[in-house]
Design a protein around this ligand. Structure first.
Ligand code: DAS
Length: 325
């Protein structure tokens, strides 16, 4: 089995420094897998694309990563591709790869919650699990996955739930696709549908805002997005998709200005639906032209809208895709 390992940075590549963990710039063999991480009989080829803490990943760097992965997949040289990444924005990079790659070479993201110098280091085991998953014959056509702590998660569902624990990555409300048990991969749930972009070159329109509501908050922030020239905004509403009345007025104003307003919930599990008709309720927002975007997480939906607008999709095409959620 031949596996490409693409490193981008993150704790998995970090060492202690005078003021805290940092990427080891002096590593003579950057991205080389640690002892025991590569199962016997496997060959790996390392590519260091970035050496960044993941809060330094930007949408354009994520798009560059996706294009790089597409090139590796198209080369036909690998049975699977593993990406190592910082945990903070891993779910966004993995999601963008999931909606845009549309290729048959399996791609798995992994990371570490602890650096190689810490007690109970998890990186080598996570890398091994990711390699095994990416090359598991049954794993084809599952989309991009994220493997940490012996669990395999769908990129569209997974989220970092805990700041420091090795069991941080979870798919709340859905559960993992499967798990890794020593040298075996067990897939127990197949995603029946995934959000995907139409085939084509990935290009992002970054004029997409993200606004989270809180009691009495949101209208000023939405107005800021509109006045800054955003073409779309994701609104993280309360519960089933409800907002304060002044936020609803601002939603209407944004739609009148031609912006695409997509509503998700600030709850981290469950769908939005127009079940409330009061001013600011989900049904009111829909009647003012907002799109209700199912169970998506706001930060992922923002990337989807960037890519959809970058691909030239119009309002109807975006809405048709979101209706499936
Ligand atoms: N701050 C984290 C990052 O680079 C470290 C990590 O978890 O990888 O995302």
């Amino acid at each position: 089995m031949r596996v490409a390992i693409v490193s981008t940075g993150g704790t998995i590549d970090m060492v202690p420094g005078p003021s805290g963990f940092r990427i080891d710039e002096s590593d003579p063999a950057p991205g080389r897998p640690p002892e025991g991480a590569v199962p016997s009989g496997y060959e790996t080829e390392q590519f260091r694309l970035f050496a960044l803490p993941s809060p330094h990943m930007t949408p354009s760097r994520m798009a560059e990563l996706c294009r790089f992965l597409g090139g590796l997949a198209a080369s036909g040289r690998f049975d699977g591709i593993v990406v190592t990444h910082g945990t903070d924005t891993l779910e966004e990079s993995a999601f963008l790869a999931d909606i845009s790659l549309g290729c048959s070479c399996p791609v798995v993201f992994t990371a570490a919650m602890r650096s190689s110098s810490e007690l109970g280091v998890d990186g080598p085991r996570n890398l091994r699990g990711a390699i095994l998953t990416a090359t598991c014959p049954e794993f084809r056509n599952f989309g991009v996955a994220v493997v940490l702590n012996d669990e395999i998660h769908a990129a569209g569902r997974v989220t970092k739930t805990y700041t420091s624990n090795v069991s941080s990555f979870a798919s709340p409300g859905y559960g993992p696709l499967g798990f890794v048990d020593e040298d075996r991969v067990f897939l127990v749930n197949r995603p029946c549908w995934r959000l995907e972009l139409p085939p084509g070159e990935l290009s992002l329109d970054e004029r997409v805002g993200l606004v989270r509501t809180a009691a009495g908050l949101g209208a000023r922030e939405l107005r800021f997005c509109r006045e800054s020239g955003d073409r779309a905004v994701v609104l993280e509403a309360f519960g089933r998709g409800n907002v304060p009345p002044d936020v609803a007025d601002e939603v209407g104003e944004s739609v009148r200005h031609g912006m695409l307003v997509a509503v998700v919930s600030r709850c981290y599990v469950g769908r939005v639906l127009g079940v409330y008709g009061y001013p600011g309720g989900g049904s009111d927002l829909a009647s003012r032209g907002a799109m209700l975007a199912g169970d998506m997480h706001g930060h992922k939906l923002r990337l989807f809208l960037m890519a959809a607008l970058g691909a030239g999709l119009d309002r109807e095409a975006v809405s048709a895709l979101l209706e499936r959620l």
